[in-house]
Design a protein around this ligand. Sequence first.
Ligand SMILES: Nc1ncnc2c1ncn2[C@@H]1O[C@H](COP(=O)(O)OP(=O)(O)OP(=O)(O)O)[C@@H](O)[C@H]1O
Ligand SMILES: [Mg+2]
Length: 491
Amino acid sequence: MKKKRNKKKMMINSESFASLSSKLASMMFIFAVCKQYFPYQLHNLFSKYTTKLISYFYPYIQISFPEYMGDRLRRSEAYIAIETYLSATTTERAKRLKGEIGRDSSKLILSMAEHEEITEYFHGVKLWWFSSSISPSKQTISFYPASENKRSYRLTFHRRHRTLINESYLPFVIQQGKDIGVQKRQRKLYTNSPNFDYHECRRVLWSHVPFEHPATFENLAMETEMKHEIIQDLVKFSKSKEYYAKIGKAWKRGYLLYGPPGTGKSTMIAAMANLLDYDVYDLELAAVKNNSALRKLMLETTSKSIIVVEDIDCSLELSGKRKAEGGSSEGKEEEKKAVSGPPDKEESKVTLSGLLNCIDGLWSACGGEKVIVFTTNHIDKLDPALIRRGRMDKHIELRYCGYEGFKVLAKNYLGVQSHELFDSIHELLKEKKMSPADVAESLMPKNECEDQIDVCLESLVKALKDCKVLKNEIEKEEKKAESSEAKENKD
Ligand SMILES: Nc1ncnc2c1ncn2[C@@H]1O[C@H](COP(=O)(O)OP(=O)(O)OP(=O)(O)O)[C@@H](O)[C@H]1O
Ligand SMILES: [Mg+2]
């Protein structure tokens, strides 16, 4: 009993010693800040002996993580990760908190207030986190954020736990912080128009807005089996980091979405981003000057993102002239494949080989966990090299609205799963080809009256009956347009 009491006493003593030592260290730190006001010789002497004294009596190690590192322009990644980790895990224990709207989030984020200390245990080892903030000695007006208070987190632990903290605890905190940051971030929709980022204090190649598209696979009109196959494929990809590393392949996957206008290609990209919780980079190839600019753009994309090139057949000149003038030299051919920029502006010279290099050359592996999506209305116009398997791993055809797709739209737009008009709509959809966009338009309630369901379904039946184009006719028209285009190119 006595032994137990003594042990408890010793523990309390060691704890209070630790806390005392931590306070002593804080005082030393304040001395260290003030010492600059002492004469030069005194200052040196003071520094020498205080450091010696601290290391002699003080068995604790302190690691500082300042918000801004040497260049003072970019926030330290370690600081951001620690801040996120501490906000998520210690706000219940901290007595004084501060709240702010996160830079990448629309939510209120609570974190430790300045000069607050919390204790934490890792594998039974006690450690202390202190949030420090020092005001600048001189009031300066500066463009850079670093001129504000100098903030840092300080970690204190006993020196006998040095290995555990350095090799296990800190990597754990940084990884946790990064993971929580990814989950909590406001996702972004990027476009390749250069911009000046005032937070990062540098010129960036992508501008962004919050990504808030509400599309999900659940409200996407397409055959259920195909939908599930795509979802499975995406989820499997996102969980296959180790697999890709094992087979020695860059962790990325290419999707080619093709089909007539209004069949849901762009909507599916939004659904993919929402399913995987990825950012979206909407790459406009016509605005990219040349291959090297394209490479720089790709290098600035982050992992957990979808890189989209919409209407790839319009972005790259891959058919037409090239096919017609088949005998040209390789160099000339590349030129013809170049994207034709606006006539009065500098011509864009992204070539097919430049694009292929970005998709699966050495550069493409940078960052990892990326999905690349091309969309087109005319798959047959694309160069086979661009869409071969391995580059565009999955080809998905988005078709005119079928009965299964219609049922999804009816549920989304009108909240109905059965109706007496469903059978006739089923029959009509077998022969008439209408895009999901057009079906959705008919199903959209036009006013507030009560019999909206009947009105909308009747309007769809009428639209389908009025739709003169049958599948065969569409195919015929498309073939006619293609052959006349080929003829024009020959001439
Ligand atoms: N499969 C679908 N499921 C649900 N809604 C759809 C679907 N297809 C189209 N829509 C609706 O039609 C609108 C247009 O669709 P979307 O822009 O995705 O078509 P698209 O295939 O990208 O067309 P385009 O080839 O012209 O770019 C969307 O806003 C959406 O509301
Ligand atoms: Mg589209």
